[in-house]
Design a protein around this ligand. Structure first.
Ligand code: BG6
Length: 518
C-alpha cells in the first residue's frame, strides 16, 4: 500500500450528522449532568432557560437524575426556587405541562443564595454540586450558564476556578456557557476571551448566539446544500443583492440598563445578523462538524468589506413616540432609566460586501430596529432581472425581481417570488409567490432555540456555537461603523411604528434599490 493509501484508509470518517444513520434512530439524549444558572432571577432564565429545560425533560432528552441549580443574591429557599421554575414553565414552556415530568425535574432543583464575589457562596455551591453528584448521579458533569451582565463574567469564571469547579477530568466534564454580548468592541472581546480561556479550554466554552439555535436558521444549510437547484444561482452572476432584516415591534422594555450605550448594531448585528450573512454567503463546508463549519464562516467574515463612505452607506436612528399595535407609545428617551441625552441607536442599517469570487459586487444590506411596524426576521435573496425579456414592454411592467425569502420568524418558511402570466387573452406578466410554511409541511413543531442549544451544551456538541475568531471578526466589521456614528453622524429620530429613519431609505435609494416591506 502506498503511503497515501494508508493515510486515506486511516483518516477518521467525517462526522456528519446529516448523513449519520445512527442519528435517525437514536434521539440525542444528554448523559448524567447538571446545569447551574448564574443570574437565575433574570428575565432570560425565567422566559427562556427554565422553560427550555422543562421542554427537554418533557421530550425525554434529559437524564432522570438531571439537576438544575440556581445561583443568585435573592434570599430564597429551595422551595421558592422550585416555585419560580414551576411558574416559569407553566407560563412559557412550549410543550404541555405534565405533572410526572415536573415532579422529576423538581427533585433535581436546588438554589444557592450568594454573591458572585463571595468565597463562602461558592463553597456552598460546591457543596451543593458534590451532593448532587452523590444523590442524583450527576457524576461531576456540570455546565455553568453565565446569564449575568458581561462585567460579571470575570469574577464568575475566576471564582469557578478558585473553588475547583472548573477542573476538567478524564471521567467528568465542566463547561461554561456565555451569553452575548461577547464584549462591546474588539478589544473588550479579546479581554473577555483571555479571562475565560485562562479558566476553561476552548472546547469547554459555549458562546450562545440564539439565532443559530433556530430551526429556520439551521434550515439555511438544508436549503443551500441539500438541493441542486439553488446553489448554481447563489452567486454574483445571478444575485443582485441580499437584504437581511430583523425588525421588532417592541421597544426596549425593562432593559434600559443593558441596552443604553450598546444599541441596535452591537445588540444584534454583531452577532445574529452577521451570522445570518455568514451562513448565506459561505462556501459548502466539507462536513457539518464544528471545525469545518467555523472555517467556512470565518472565511466569509474575513472577506467582508465595509463601504468606503460610511456616511452614505450606513444609517442609524432612535425611536420617537408614535403608535405601536394600535396604542400610543413613548419615545426611547422617555423609557425608564434612559438618560435624556442618550445617543444610543435603536435602528441600524449597514451595507456590506463580501470580497470573494462568488460575491464580488453584491451588496448585503443588513437592518434591524425596535418599534418598527411588525416583528419579522427574514433573509431575502433578490435576483437580477433576466438579461433579455422577449415581451412587449407593457407585458412586464409589473414584473419585479425574482426573490427567495427565508422567513426566519414569525411565519416560518420560504417564499419564492417569480413572474407568471396573468390568465387572459393577452400576454401580461405579474409577480406570484410560491410558499413553503413549516406549519403546513411538517406535523412536528419546531423546538425553541434554547432547547436545542442547551441540549447541545449538555452533549458537548459545538457546531452551533460561534468560536472566538468569529466573534473577533464580527467586531472588526462593526467597530469602525459604531465609532463613526459616535464621532461624526447625526442620530435621526423615527416615529415608533414606522420602518425607521429616512436616511435608511436614502441609503438604498442611492443604489437604485428599496427596502422590502415584509
Ligand atoms: C436578543 C437581543 O439577542 O434578541 C434583543 O438582545 C432582541 O434585543 C432579541 O429583542 C430578539 O430575539 P428573537 O428570538 O425574538 O428574534
Amino acid at each position: 500500500m502506498t503511503d497515501e493509501a494508508v493515510l486515506v484508509k486511516n483518516r477518521p470518517a467525517p462526522s456528519n450528522p446529516l448523513r449519520d444513520p445512527q442519528d435517525r434512530r437514536l434521539p440525542r439524549i444528554a448523559g448524567p449532568c447538571g446545569l447551574i444558572i448564574f443570574g437565575v432571577t433574570g428575565d432570560l432564565a425565567r422566559t427562556k432557560l427554565m422553560p427550555a429545560v422543562y421542554d427537554l425533560a418533557n421530550r425525554g432528552l434529559l437524564p432522570p437524575g438531571f439537576a438544575l441549580v440556581g445561583f443568585a443574591r435573592r434570599e430564597w429557599a429551595n422551595e421558592d426556587f422550585e416555585k419560580v421554575v414551576h411558574d416559569a414553565v407553566k407560563e412559557h414552556a412550549r410543550t404541555p405541562f405534565r405533572e410526572e415530568v415536573w415532579k422529576q425535574l423538581r427533585e433535581g432543583c436546588r438554589f444557592v443564595q450568594g454573591e458572585l464575589g463571595d468565597d463562602p457562596s461558592f463553597e456552598r455551591l460546591r457543596t451543593t454540586i458534590d451532593e448532587l453528584d452523590r444523590e442524583r448521579g450527576t457524576n461531576g458533569n456540570h455546565a455553568f450558564y453565565l446569564s449575568v451582565p458581561p462585567k460579571l463574567f470575570p469574577v464568575t469564571v475566576r471564582q469557578l476556578k478558585e473553588h475547583g469547579l472548573a477542573d476538567q477530568g478524564t471521567e467528568h466534564w465542566r463547561r461554561v456557557v456565555v451569553e452575548k454580548p461577547f464584549g462591546h468592541n474588539l478589544e473588550s472581546a479579546r479581554e473577555l476571551n483571555q479571562i475565560v480561556s485562562e479558566v476553561f479550554p476552548p472546547e469547554a466554552v459555549f458562546r450562545i448566539d440564539h439565532y443559530l439555535g433556530k430551526e429556520t436558521v439551521q434550515n439555511i444549510f438544508a436549503l443551500r446544500f441539500a438541493n441542486q437547484m439553488f446553489e448554481p444561482v447563489w452567486n454574483a452572476n445571478y444575485v443582485d443583492h441580499v437584504q437581511i432584516t430583523m425588525a421588532e415591534d417592541i421597544g426596549i422594555g425593562g432593559r434600559a440598563g443593558y441596552y443604553d450605550g450598546i444599541g441596535a448594531a452591537r445588540d444584534v448585528i454583531q452577532n445574529h445578523l452577521l451570522q445570518l450573512l455568514a451562513l448565506n454567503a459561505m462556501e459548502e463546508p466539507v462536513s457539518f462538524d464544528a471545525r469545518a463549519l467555523r472555517i467556512e464562516k470565518q472565511k466569509v467574515l474575513a472577506a467582508v468589506q465595509l463601504p468606503r463612505r460610511l456616511d452614505l452607506h450606513t444609517a442609524h436612528g432612535q425611536y420617537a413616540d408614535g403608535w405601536a399595535g394600535g396604542r400610543k407609545v413613548g419615545a426611547y428617551l422617555d423609557e425608564e432609566g434612559i438618560p435624556k441625552d442618550s445617543r444610543t441607536e435603536t435602528y441600524a442599517a449597514i451595507k456590506l460586501e463580501v470580497d470573494t469570487r462568488r460575491w464580488a459586487g453584491v451588496p448585503f444590506y443588513l437592518r434591524t430596529g425596535k418599534r418598527l411596524p411588525k416583528r419579522v426576521t427574514e433573509v431575502a435573496v433578490v435576483f437580477k432581472r433576466a438579461p433579455h425579456l422577449p415581451f412587449a414592454a407593457t407585458a412586464t411592467e409589473e414584473l419585479g425581481h425574482n426573490t427567495l425569502v427565508m422567513r426566519i420568524q414569525p411565519d416560518e418558511g420560504i417564499t419564492i417570488r417569480f413572474g407568471s402570466k396573468v390568465p387572459g387573452t393577452q400576454l401580461e406578466i405579474r409577480d406570484v409567490t410560491m410558499d413553503f410554511a413549516y406549519g403546513g409541511a411538517f406535523t412536528e413543531s419546531s423546538p425553541e432555540a434554547y432547547e436545542r442549544l442547551i441540549l447541545d451544551v449538555l452533549l458537548g456538541d459545538p457546531p452551533l456555537f460561534p468560536q472566538h475568531e468569529e466573534v473577533e471578526l464580527s467586531w472588526q466589521i462593526l467597530d469602525p461603523i459604531v465609532d463613526f456614528w459616535a464621532e461624526h453622524a447625526k442620530l435621526e429620530q423615527y416615529p415608533s411604528g414606522t420602518w425607521g429613519p429616512s436616511s435608511a431609505d436614502e441609503m438604498l435609494a442611492r443604489d437604485g434599490r428599496t427596502w422590502r416591506r415584509p
